[in-house]
Design a protein around this ligand. Sequence first.
Ligand code: ZN
Length: 309
Amino acid sequence: MRHHGIHHVTAIAGPARRNLDFYTRVLGLRLVKKTVNFDDPGTYHLYFGDSLGQPGSILTFFPWEHVAPGRNGIGSTQETAFRVPEGALGYWAHRFIEQGVEHGTVEKRFGQSVLTFKDPHGTSLALVGIPGADSEAAWAAGDIPAEHAIRGLEGVTLLVENGELTGAILTDVFGFRETARDGSLVRYKSDAVMGSTVVIRSAGGFLPGRMGGGSVHHVAFRASDDADQAEMVRKLAENHGLHPTEQKDRNYFRSVYFREPGGILFEIATDEPGFAADEAQDQLGAELKLPAFLEPRRREIEAHLPELA
Ligand code: ZN
């Protein structure tokens, strides 16, 4: 069955070791793939997600050892949110104090409880309390009790000058529907469980965003397979005058990219083949994986990557 929604979110971090420690130990996500940026193999590409590395659970990073801080603003992803069981926010507020994580207080958005926080490199994040999420599978490793563990991505908040054209792409091309409005915020939902929410905030007059540490680099939306992706590309061209790149093979999915009218880089990534394409499910993230075209350079690449532990 086809599900639409967010496939993954990719952001820019500072040093890889701290990035890895925060997402695996502090937040309790699984490292589901350790590879390099295929377009810049001197940089890691670390993928964090649920126990299976399912689409909709994945947050990935390009960790840059020396990165200038970015700035959220017009044309950027303002926040990336995870889903947790409704009763878990108290546990997380306590954990953030204990672990020295910068965080806000629990607030209400569209009737849901939300706890905002930042990762060590400035990425704006949130936990959204979801009724019934307790029954969803959780990656229970480390010291976080399974009942409180993160259940995958909830979604993103996009900050754009005027969200109408961006919203039209979500509904016409990516399988979302508008479900709520609150002032300058419009919320869109898809039929997936994880990664099913996009909130567009229209806010003319803000400064433009600047890419750097803590910035989201792009948001990837799901296509079940090549045919589904091709249909989306056709709609983007015919209905929205947008022309994505040619398809790129990312080993774990196949992708096209385009800049949406609000200025944010979007990707369409296939659900197939998934993260078990080059290592066993119970070994995900264990070894540095390289695409075939970089395998001949493995020794040189490994020698230049920073130590992770
Ligand atoms: Zn991507």
